[in-house]
Design a protein around this ligand. Sequence first.
Ligand code: 13P
Length: 254
Amino acid sequence: MRKPLVMGNWKLNGTKDSVKALVTALLDSANKASPKADVAVCAPAVFIGMVENLAQGSSLKWGSEDCDIHTQGAYTGENSPVMLREFGCTYAIVGHSERRDYHKESSEYVAQKYKCAQENGLIPVLCVGESEKEFDEGKTMDVIREELKAVIDLCGIKSFEKAVIAYEPIWAIGTGKTATPEIAQKVHSDIRAYLASFDADVASKVQILYGGSCNAKTAPALFAQPDIDGGLVGGASLKAPDFSAIIEAAVANA
Ligand code: 13P
């Protein structure tokens, strides 16, 4: 059985005060959920030390929104997976569509991030997903297969034993347009089938999260789908009551 995972992606949001209030408010929800569902928040790097101090000793896990392909050296502005581990991170999101798009990160480059994160003890959360145009043209799985294949080529299929996948249709991110549970389920099941063509056991065990306007209203029906193992949540993860409701939806479907 796959344990559900609900993960917040704060993106470029937060202040010291809001981070303190949000994390403090989430501890109880995460502790209550923990026998049935894992809960994590991925924060801007400057806040990770604060999150560590606030969440230490609780069931709430935390991670980064990105990481570099190097562990140290002359790479101005980057964050090393080794440093992120030192601050207690469990996860590192890699290949979010906002980074693929605004920072021109290729699938091969994302695969290097995934590799560096994993080799240094972080669980990479590999984001995959298609644009609205690609969706309309029926190219969803062509895009996703290319994104997954880059990782399989570099790290091998077994690497997914220690990774999470997030399906994030770009057209649903921050738009309020959620993929219907049926559309999302079909893509999740296609992702699992593609991975199963390399290794059925790995495919059956990997957690596949849904992201893209996942909120307190949409989460219950999404999480009820057999191949949806939780959510990667943007906007709704910034409000404790909304995020807690999403956590409860994951627990209810565990
Ligand atoms: P929203 O939940 O704000 O649509 O963002 C989704 C996302 O990009 C999570 O990584």
